[in-house]
Ligand binder design. Structure first.
Ligand SMILES: [Mn+2]
Length: 356
């Protein structure tokens, strides 16, 4: 198991790599190339440049996130083949740069949805929060506006300004796509990219849908264990895996996270895990919380134990954190609370491993 943190290059992150290096037990970062338009190739030189920056700080770059899937692929349009070919080239480039895990998602139109990126808790910390009625009262444009207001000038992956104008039309488009058609579009993509991932020694990990239920009438597929099993069977090899995000799947209290984590890890289909906690106010309303089990609804000890017992040997990152101690950073990606979270999780891992 390796503990990593997410880091955004090109000055788009308030946290310097040198600070991440000082967090005990953290071996590397999960990063991305923010300036490449969705669907275009991540050029090898650009990937190597970022890798060298990360290496110079004494950290590893074995994971990348947010190699976003072009909407035409998700929609199944004839133009998808060009974008899929680009995606295959990107996977080869990442493999050549030593990347071992690629986290992506197949969510239509919206990568993730929150209606408040700076919801204030009683202790004065702020967190990302989700209120179902509030989200349903918005449209993508008003949600983008509200999120941009809270983002402090940092980009929000999946909510790049150039994507916003097309969102309303895209949502309309999906009204005419059935779930089975959407599954087929996903299979078409996997059949094209997974063999390249295998050749490149890159494990693909799909990120669950966030929240794990339908909003704006959009099809959501990666929402629970039944659908995850269906997804894994679409292309049944190790390189086709899951980036288990406990905060995303944990939005639905019916998802049994220790059981899902154990099943995926035991099956060798879990290259990457995002560990964070959520605190529900009702079944469809929640705040992202501090990582400790006692702060949210997820039992982090049980999740870590399930991973350990199943022989999990992938990457873990603490995912989002709260904003605390006056830190100014991209929502969810301050240093302080993620460093606390990483060391809490490492502490659980050490305890579980020494008890076994
Ligand atoms: Mn996540």
């Amino acid at each position: 198991m390796k503990m990593i943190l997410r880091w955004f290059p090109h000055g788009d992150d308030s946290v310097p790599l040198e600070y991440i290096k000082q967090v005990p037990g953290v071996s590397g970062v999960a990063t991305m190339l923010p300036k490449i338009p969705v669907g275009e190739v991540w050029p090898l030189e650009a990937v190597l440049e970022i890798r060298d920056t990360i290496w110079a700080a004494g950290l590893e770059m074995e994971v990348v996130e947010s190699v976003n899937v072009h909407e035409d692929i998700k929609k199944g349009l004839p133009s998808r083949d060009r974008y899929i070919e680009n995606y295959r080239t990107t996977i080869r480039n990442l493999g050549q740069a030593g990347v071992k895990c690629l986290c992506y998602n197949f969510m239509p139109v919206l990568d993730w949805a929150r209606n408040d990126l700076a919801h204030r808790l009683p202790d004065g910390s702020t967190v990302l929060s989700y209120r179902d009625a509030g989200v349903r009262a918005m449209n993508p444009a008003t949600m983008a506006q509200s999120m941009e207001k809270d983002a402090g000038g940092y980009s929000l992956p999946g909510w790049e300004p150039d994507r916003i104008p097309a969102m309303a039309a895209d949502i309309e488009f999906y009204r005419n796509i059935t779930h089975d058609e959407y599954w087929n579009n996903m299979k078409y993509f996997l059949d094209a990219v997974i063999p390249v991932a295998e050749e490149s020694c890159v494990k693909m990990g799909i990120h669950p849908d966030d929240p794990p239920w339908e909003i704006f009438g959009l099809p959501k597929l990666i929402t629970g264990i039944e659908n995850i099993r269906r997804f894994l069977a679409l292309h049944d090899v190790e390189a086709n895996g899951v980036s288990l995000c406990t905060g995303s799947l944990g939005g639905n209290l019916e998802n049994d996270l220790p059981s899902i984590a154990g099943e995926l890890a035991a099956g060798g289909r879990l290259p990457f895990t995002h560990l964070r906690n959520v605190k529900h106010l009702s079944p469809r309303d929640f705040d992202e919380s501090a990582h400790l089990s006692q702060c949210g609804d997820l039992d982090m000890f049980a999740i870590i134990k399930a991973l350990y017992d199943a022989g999990f040997d992938g990457y873990i990152r603490p995912d989002h954190g709260r904003m605390i101690w006056g830190e100014v950073a991209r929502p969810g990606y301050g240093l302080y609370d993620r460093a606390i979270g990483a060391n809490y999780l490492l502490g659980l891992w050490e305890a579980v491993s020494k008890m076994s």
